[in-house]
Design a protein around this ligand. Structure first.
Ligand code: NAD
Length: 359
């Protein structure tokens, strides 16, 4: 990750560089042990990323499929006694090798497992979207506060160097005043996926991938949106979109007057990108929300920029795990706490309302 000492100083001043700080474990030797709940696609990226850190380890697995859990346990040296089912999950309370959980389940299960983990005295790293609705987010935050455990939402882009570079260029005024942002992210979703079932997913592509555009507009401007308008549609009447939207476009206005227009879909391969138009230039980020090849191009104040991140996947998950473990070891608040996930759910609710979709 190419962050120079000078850049690091600036990012530290912005409060966005904690993930580059050396972990306290250099002194204590302690690694944060994670129990991974839900052994699907994203869990695989996270486990491989955690392994690359010096401060995190996989010490527990929670799955409904014992054969799958056994295979992964062998890969990560997780003892048989640290493999749990959804039924006996609460017994992690008695396992001192588990400091934290990583919730990598369908969205509808995030609240339940975050609250059960907090009650078991474990810190929680929960995947995005934080939960199905604002009320669930609030109960997750409350449960973690009562149990005095940390809660971080796995917004990996907050820990990605190219994104941090874009934030830095904007915060330091190089781009001038942000006027307009465009952002999009989507893909073709297969029939039969839990993401197409509103009960499990909460909603369609906005919950799943549009949330990256929403979140990016917020961290790029450093502002909270105040006004929303949105349209949703279904083009493919083939049964996939009986309960969730296929396409959604929305606009947002920020207190400075900056405006954003965003699109998301489950019906087309849509590369994740953002374009920030400032009074002194343009920043365009491609593959912005992917796992690798994030590229930032543009110009500002007479300077051209073309930078790409060449570190392969799972570097973003490594940075994310390193950051949360560091927060636990040093008793610091994560850069993307539960409140950050709650804000996005608040805005998602307003976007759906504007599009006439009940939530
Ligand atoms: P997945 O379908 O690959 O994995 C989900 C896991 O949950 C599976 O192991 C499955 O067995 C388990 N599960 C338990 N109960 C289930 C049920 N009732 N229905 C379906 N699966 C059930 O999903 P995924 O892509 O890994 O997504 C998991 C979470 O991670 C979601 O919240 C998603 O939004 C999030 N995610 C985040 C990123 C990221 O880049 N941060 C990327 C993909 C997914």
């Amino acid at each position: 990750m190419n962050v120079t000492r000078r850049e690091f100083g600036r990012l530290t001043a912005l409060g966005v560089a904690a993930q580059f700080a050396p972990a306290l474990n250099a002194q204590s030797g302690k690694k944060i042990g994670y129990a991974v709940i839900g052994l699907g696609r994203i869990a695989d990226h996270f486990m491989r990323g955690a392994l690359l850190t010096g401060n995190s380890a996989i010490t527990g697995l929670v799955s409904g499929h014992r054969d799958k859990a056994d295979k992964i346990a062998a890969q990560y040296n997780v003892p048989q006694g640290s493999i749990y089912s959804y039924e006996n999950f609460d017994e992690i309370a008695k396992n001192p090798a588990i400091d934290a959980v990583y919730v990598a389940l369908p969205n509808s299960m995030h609240a339940e497992y975050t609250i059960r983990a907090a009650k078991a005295g474990k810190h929680v790293l929960c995947e995005k979207p934080m939960a199905l609705n604002v009320a669930e987010c609030e109960s997750m935050i409350a449960a973690c506060k009562v149990a005095n455990v940390k809660l971080m939402i796995a917004y990996r882009c907050h820990y990605e160097p190219i994104q941090l570079k874009a934030i830095d260029l904007i915060r330091t005024g190089k781009l001038g005043k942000v006027q307009v942002i465009e952002s999009a992210y989507g893909f073709n979703e297969d029939a039969g996926e839990w993401r197409l079932d509103k009960k499990l997913a909460g909603g369609g592509p906005l919950y799943d991938v549009g949330i990256y555009c929403l979140n990016a507009c917020r961290y790029l401007t450093g502002e909270e949106p105040t006004d929303f308008s949105a349209y949703a549609s279904v083009v493919d009447h083939d049964g996939r979109f009986d309960t969730v939207e296929e396409n959604l476009v929305w606009t947002m206005k920020f207190p400075s007057g900056a405006v954003a227009s965003c699109s998301t879909t489950y019906g087309a391969p849509m590369d994740g990108y953002f374009r920030v138009h400032g009074s002194k230039g343009l920043l365009e980020c491609t593959s912005a929300f992917g796992y690798e090849n994030v590229r930032l191009r543009g110009f500002y104040s007479g300077t051209r920029i073309d930078e790409s991140e060449t570190t392969p996947d799972p570097y973003q998950f490594q940075a994310e795990a390193d950051h949360f473990s560091n927060c636990i070891l040093m008793n610091k608040e994560p850069q993307s706490p539960g409140e950050e996930g709650l804000r996005d759910l608040t805005y998602i609710t307003r976007i759906y309302r504007s599009a006439g979709i009940p939530i």
